[in-house]
Design a protein around this ligand. Sequence first.
Ligand code: UD1
Length: 362
Amino acid sequence: MPPATRIKILHVVGARPNFMKAAPVIAALHGRAEQVLVHTGQHYDDAMSRVFFHQLGMPKPDVDLEVGSASHAVQTAQIMIRLEPVILEHRPDAVVVYGDVNSTVAAALVAAKLLVPVAHVEAGLRSRDRTMPEEINRIVTDRLSDHLFTPSPDGDENLRAEGVPAEHIHLVGNVMIDTLVRLLPAAAALPVRERLRVERPFVLITLHRPSNVDDPDALGALMGAIGRIPPTHEVLFPVHPRTRQRLAASGRSVAANTRLLDPLGYLEFLSLQRQAAAVVTDSGGIQEETTFLGIPCITVRENTERPITVSHGTNVLVGRDPKRLLAELESALARPAMRPPAPPLWDGRAAERIAAILLEAA
Ligand code: UD1
């Protein structure tokens, strides 16, 4: 008997939040499909990329487009120019894209124009705030996608309201939680807190959105609020490269209570996140991880594309208002710990459901 023809799936990743979403999907398809992994090079520092491949157990990329940092138009265009010949060479049965970064939308555009079916993992999320580049990326990617894998029912509702046919929408759950569930024991075994000599309860901070860090006044006001976190708590702030540059350019000194750290690996960050008294962030993924872990999350944004983290979790939006940030943080620190149940299908098995649908569709 001739061997059954295996389908070929080409995955495109590029930036830090893509890696933990792609890892479980690649693992679920292992041995069942031929797979090609393309790294666009949107993130390239070891601390933003290589350490994640290693800790997540991902295969080495087959192709690195090495685009690096640039303006949105240049970065998106460079990814498109360099990806087109790769897709033409491999002729995959589907291209899988993840999340909402520039690599996601660029790859979806190239694949769709080459008539290769596009699968979008983490489809349907909407903040309804087009000042966020990620919102534009989400809308365009979803328009172009043939298989839309949503993490929560609000994603399905958004897509249906935009006229996406129901048969293209698949509520599969949250792939990032697949990775968290798998690696929580390894993270829990790491003595990160001890290594950093953290002796008191602590608040974990991440800030990197252009709307928070690119404007020196906004960044100064947020850093001022962080500096006023009561001394009952230590403050740990792993700093994204964008934020590091903006802090240096502002010339302001950082308050004595705030410990700036280099960006952390996946396991190190998860280890701190699960032990934190509260998290202050503007990240999308961290809103979800804290929901799953039951850690209070203060989100420094006016809106969220992940409303389930507010309705079902421990997340609260405070905009860019330093007073609201401090008030919500103080009330979170005073409350007894909560552990709401995880949203439905945030169960560690989303990637299996995605793999089954991709294999069936091919
Ligand atoms: C990107 C994503 C954002 C995501 C974030 C997670 C888009 C539009 N934005 O934002 O959605 O939340 O990643 O990290 O895709 N830099 C380095 N080393 C690196 C990468 C970047 O030093 O490995 C510096 C560069 O100076 C660069 C700046 O950080 O200009 C910003 O990087 P960029 O990829 O443009 O956007 P992010 O802010 O990382």
